[in-house]
Ligand binder design. Structure first.
Ligand code: BGP
Length: 458
């Protein structure tokens, strides 16, 4: 049997934008997803935007009962910055205070520990208009927003995260054009990354000063980079891929420093951000208490086949090519490799290179298209998802047995949800959502998860 400690956190994660609905109602201000969908609806799968969700805002009480039915002892969601501060700063929206207070109380009343994240890709439009994370002022507004959240909800919430996957708004928003503001501007990307790390450290400082007796961390999507071969050029390619994708936030968050090799590369390409020594000291002195890790897929890389164009805008792929390993196992719907052993490698990396800091898996999951075809007697029999979780949990248990300090495993996600660009194309939930009728039916994996958590293993 694969077993876990009795107090191991088992649960799932979601985010405000992907679950709440009431996207501009109840005095919520617009965030960049609301705006982007208004401007360019064709960019979203089936033109379904952030207003079509599982309506957690309205249905949170019955959803929390479903969390219980599927065996959760913990649950992560995020606070919407623009719901709490419609303009990003200034006056607090009292309706948001009432909503989040009662969500967190309802969770704890049901013995479900809330893990609360402050930023999940959802910059308020009012702040994006003044430059978003490019602007140092926005860092200050974030600090005030974070402190406000701790003061309002910190009596109930004892597990906080400052950001979810900060490298995503850097890469997707400022290099690759996948997310608003869809820029390709490497200098801005570095500034945004640095400001985000600073914002995280400032929030941590605020939290520690309040002495509320809880913990604060950051959620990073760690994608271990595997070289094509042991050839030194491939190994170097993997090391550099790790620098940009993982170490860029892992090091400042856990160690309070940046890897000198990363700084050297940033300097070499003339991409150094505007910074102050006071702010660098804030990053150095305010480290996370624990770490959240989202793991979906590894990256495989090799040495570049062709010389990069020095005149092109800088991309991390200046130093490596992505490599498609023959015979790799794929999730064809999402186009992501399935590599359960990656979770063990992460566990070892954290144990050996990051002081064995306390950590947890904060997302892991498998999005599948057209799950209707797996319906039997009214219920979706998602055995592939159960197998996916079992494979990952087996490797995680091995990492824990070898001393890695992992305290929990949260899947993505509890109920089929709106995904940033793919809308409802791929379904991830333990619970099936009929978007039109809002009917919910627990899938086979939801019942399996309940057994898992009751037995502390499988
Ligand atoms: C993570 C995000 C989640 C979620 C998940 C699944 O990167 O933190 O918000 O969306 O990925 O990815 P997708 O929705 O793109 O299929």
């Amino acid at each position: 049997m694969v077993t876990f400690a009795n107090d191991f956190f088992f649960g799932s994660a979601t985010s405000s934008t992907q679950s709440e609905g009431a996207h501009t109602a109840e005095e919520k201000g617009q965030d960049i997803w609301d705006l982007w969908y208004e401007e360019e609806p064709f960019k979203f799968h089936d033109e379904i935007g952030p207003k079509d969700t599982s309506t957690f805002y309205k249905n949170y009480k019955s959803d929390i009962q479903l969390l219980k039915e599927t065996g959760h002892n913990s649950f992560r969601t995020s606070i919407s910055w623009s719901r709490l501060f419609p303009k990003g700063f200034g006056e607090v929206n009292q309706k948001a205070v009432t909503f989040y207070t009662s969500v967190f109380r309802e969770l704890t009343a049901n013995n479900i520990t809330p893990f609360v994240n402050l930023f999940h890709f959802d910059m308020p439009v009012a702040l994006q208009k003044i430059g978003g994370w490019e602007n140092r002022e926005v860092v200050e507004y974030y600090r005030v927003y974070a402190k406000t959240c701790f003061c309002l909800f910190g009596d109930v919430v004892k597990h906080w995260f400052t950001f979810n996957e900060p490298i995503v708004h850097v890469e997707c928003g400022y290099l690759q054009g996948y997310h608003y503001p869809c820029k390709t501007d490497p200098k801005a990307a570095v500034q945004v990354a640095y400001h985000t790390a600073l914002a995280s450290a400032l929030a941590i400082r605020e939290y520690h000063q309040l002495k509320q007796g809880g913990k604060i961390g950051i959620v990073l999507n760690l994608t271990p980079a595997y070289p094509r071969s042991e050839h030194c050029a491939d190994v170097k390619a993997a090391r550099i891929a790790e620098l940009f994708a993982n170490k860029s936030f892992l090091d400042p968050s856990v160690k309070g420093t940046y890897d000198p090799e990363l700084i050297e590369l940033i300097r070499k390409h003339d991409l150094m951000p505007i910074y102050s020594s006071d702010d660098i000291a804030v990053i150095a002195n305010n480290k996370v208490d624990f770490l959240g890790v989202n793991y979906y897929q590894p990256v495989r890389v090799c040495a570049k086949a062709n010389m990069p164009n020095n005149e092109a805008p800088f991309m991390p792929t200046y130093y490596f090519d992505y490599y498609e390993m023959p015979g790799r196992k794929m999730n064809p719907y999402r186009g992501w490799e399935i590599y359960p052993r990656g979770i063990y490698d992460i566990a070892m990396n954290i144990r050996d290179n990051y002081g064995n800091i306390e950590w947890m898996i904060t997302e892991n999951g498998m999005g599948v298209e057209n799950e209707e075809r797996f319906r039997k007697d009214g219920r979706i029999e998602d055995d592939y998802r159960i197998e996916f979780y079992k494979d990952h949990l087996t490797w995680l248990a091995k990492g824990i047995a070898e001393g890695s300090n992992c305290i929990g495993y949260h899947v993505w996600t509890f109920i089929d949800c709106w995904s940033w660009l793919n809308a409802y194309k791929n379904r991830y939930g333990f619970v099936e959502l009929d978007l039109k009728s809002q009917k919910r039916i627990i899938k086979k994996s939801g019942y399996w998860f309940k057994e898992l958590t009751q037995n502390h293993g499988f």
